[in-house]
Structures are given as C-alpha cells and as structure tokens.
Design a protein around this ligand. Structure first.
Ligand code: NAD
Length: 332
C-alpha cells in the first residue's frame, strides 16, 4: 500500500516514516525542507519529492496512486506564525487546501491531518475533550483550525473540491453544524489528530523556535540557566514521538473517521519538567532557572482527555520519564 507523508523530513514526520516502512508501507515523502532535513530520513527506503505544498500541481503529481495521505507539512512554530502570519496562512491554510483538493482528485481513500491542541486555546476545562469550544490564541492555532475545517468539509463533500457545478441540487453539509459529531463520510475517510506537545529524538534543539524539551536539555548540556517563560506553573501534556507515529498509523488502519486528541493524558508543570530533565542529567542540586515574561500566544494549562482514543483501542506506551531518558540519550 502506498502512502504520502507531507512534512515527512521533519521531526514527527521522520518517526512516522520509519514506523510506516517497518509495517511494510511504500512511503513517499513530500517536503520542501524548510524546517525538515533530508538527514532525518536518508537512512530509510522512503522516496522524497522536494517541493512545497503551495504548489498544487506538484502535490497532485506526487499523490497519484497513493492510498493514504498523512498531512504534516506546516509552519510549526507558534512564534514564527505570529511574526509572519501571511506565510503561515499560505502554507498551513492554503497548502492544506491544495492537499485536500488533491486527495479528492487522486481518489485517495483516507487522509490523516495533523492538527494541534492549539485549536483549543486557553480553555480551563482540563483535561480537555474533543467537543470543547475551539478558541485558538495564536495564528498557528487559527491556521490549524482552518486545516480542520478544510479537511472535514472536503472529505465529506468531495464535490466541493472537484469544483463541479451543481445546478438542481442544494449541497447540504449538516455535519458542519454538528461540528463535533463524527461522521463515517460518504467521500474520503478522514482523521483529524489534535496532538498535544510532542517530543523525542530529532526535534530541533538550538533554534529560537525550538520546543521546550529540547531547549531545556540544551540549556543544561551547555551549563546555562534554564529559561522559563512565565512563572513555571503553566502545564503541558507531553507525548513521545513514537506514540504519535503509532497512534496515527492505528487510526489510519482502523475503519473510523473523526477527531481525536493525542496526548499522554497527564499534566505536568514546566517547572517540574525542568527538574525532571535536570535530575536525569544529574544536576538537580545546582539547577539554575531564569524567568522571562510569558510569550505571545502561550496558554496556561494544557492536558488531553484521551478517552476517545483509548475506547477504540489505542493507548500511548511511553511514559514521560522513559521518553525523557531516550531523548536526552539521543541529544547527548
Ligand atoms: N511537535 C509537536 O509538538 C506538534 C504538536 C501538535 C501538532 N504538530 C503538528 O505535527 C506536524 C509535524 O510537526 P513537527 O513538530 O514534526 O514539525 P517540523 O517543523 O519538524 O515538521 C514540519 C515539516 O513540514 C515541512 N514543511 C514546512 N512547510 C512546507 C511546505 N510549504 N511544503 C512542504 N513541506 C513543508 C518542513 O520542512 C518539515 O519537514 C505539523 O503539522 C505540526 O503542526 C506537532
């Protein structure tokens, strides 16, 4: 079976590519290498098209004879999307439109769209479930919400994507009103995966846009104080990269459509995270912390209710402690 992974040369994409190849899939990566790196997948048998999802014709041409699409390509830094919103909308929103139109045109049977917990914004109802109100606080979250709507609408009404003129028939899209109801679509099967904070090997460590775990590890390895934005009491739910890959393949293979949270289901404060990393690296007694004001678009608490995913048979298998040890070993 042939699968296309947009963003497959990135952090999560490369883990997904490895897992798909292990399971015997024929994998084609579509990536413009803007934040991804060919080195992330050069040890594998995956083929790669180096192109942007902004280029519709290139997306269509790569998607021929593809059975399943995993769509990860995106501008992924919250700060970067806030600083350069036009680029974020062009890639995350219009790029996703290109991917979904190509999915319909090429007769792909299932699309797995990587959305984000950022679509929830700062909702105090923690752990949060899939039917919560969606109120993104960042441009990134807004573009991911666009991607969710595009994925859902084009999957359930493929004629929209085909741009077929419908004369005597009204297109009815009742599911858009009942947004959180799951549909077994008449068109393309779809999964919207709302991933919480992922971490693991190959996540970028030294960019100004790096995520918190690689950043903290980098601070400690370089004997620098750990910088915490805010007072450290804000929380996150961390999910290990191989669990993200396994969950998305599980959902791709299962006869199901709909929206799924993906986290570990555990909330941890950023200060506690810093102490865990310092502990694993053996510097607990002289851990240095420097506090800075919260960043634009940051949310206070975040934790996933993953009961929906568990009900259909998937649970993450890597604990935070185990995942941190593996990640630190990789970076060391
Ligand atoms: N890492 C997380 O914690 C997390 C959490 C929730 C959701 N996600 C989502 O998972 C996906 C993967 O994220 P990641 O953390 O691996 O980030 P990443 O930046 O490592 O991966 C993104 C990939 O997309 C590629 N890309 C960017 N713009 C492109 C374009 N115009 N055309 C083609 N390729 C393009 C990049 O080169 C990169 O390889 C993203 O959609 C992200 O929003 C990630």
């Amino acid at each position: 079976m042939k699968v296309l992974v947009t963003g497959g040369a990135g952090f999560l994409g490369s883990h997904l590519v490895e897992s798909l190849l292990d399971k015997g899939y024929d994998v084609l990566v579509f990536d413009d290498l803007s934040t991804g790196d060919i080195k992330n997948i050069q040890h594998t048998d995956a083929q790669i098209v180096i192109e942007s999802i902004r280029n519709y014709d290139a997306v269509v041409s790569a998607m021929k004879k593809v059975d399943i699409v995993f769509h990860l390509a995106a501008v992924t830094s919250i700060i970067e999307t806030n600083l350069n919103p036009y680029n974020a909308f062009e890639v995350n929103t219009l790029g996703t439109l290109n991917v979904l139109r190509a999915v319909v045109k090429c007769g792909v049977s299932k699309i797995i769209f990587f959305s984000s917990a950022a679509v929830y914004g700062d909702n105090p109802n923690i752990p949060i479930n899939e039917s919560a109100v969606l109120e993104p606080k960042s441009v990134y979250g807004l573009t991911k919400l666009d991607g969710e709507y595009i994925t859902k609408i084009y999957s359930i009404s493929p004629r929209l994507a085909e741009q077929i003129e419908i004369k005597d028939e009204t297109i009815s899209i009742p599911e858009i009103v009942g947004w959180n109801h799951d549909d077994k679509s008449n068109g393309v099967d779809y999964i919207i995966l709302r991933a919480f904070n992922a971490y693991g090997p190959r996540q970028r460590m030294d960019s100004q846009y790096s995520a918190v775990i690689p950043k903290f590890i980098n601070f400690v390895l370089k004997n620098r104080p750990i910088t915490i934005f805010g007072d450290g009491t804000q929380t996150r739910d961390f999910i290990y990269a191989s669990d993200v890959a396994d969950a998305s393949i599980f959902l791709a293979e299962k006869d199901v459509s709909g929206i799924f949270n993906l986290g570990n289901g555990n909330e941890i404060t950023i200060y506690e995270l810093a102490t865990r990393i310092a502990g694993i690296l053996g510097v607990s007694d002289n851990m240095q912390v420097e506090y800075k004001p919260p960043q634009e678009g940051d949310i206070y608490r975040s934790a996933a209710d993953i009961s929906k995913l568990k009900q259909i048979g998937f649970s993450p298998s890597v604990s935070l402690q185990e995942g941190l040890v593996k990640t630190i070993n990789y970076f060391q």
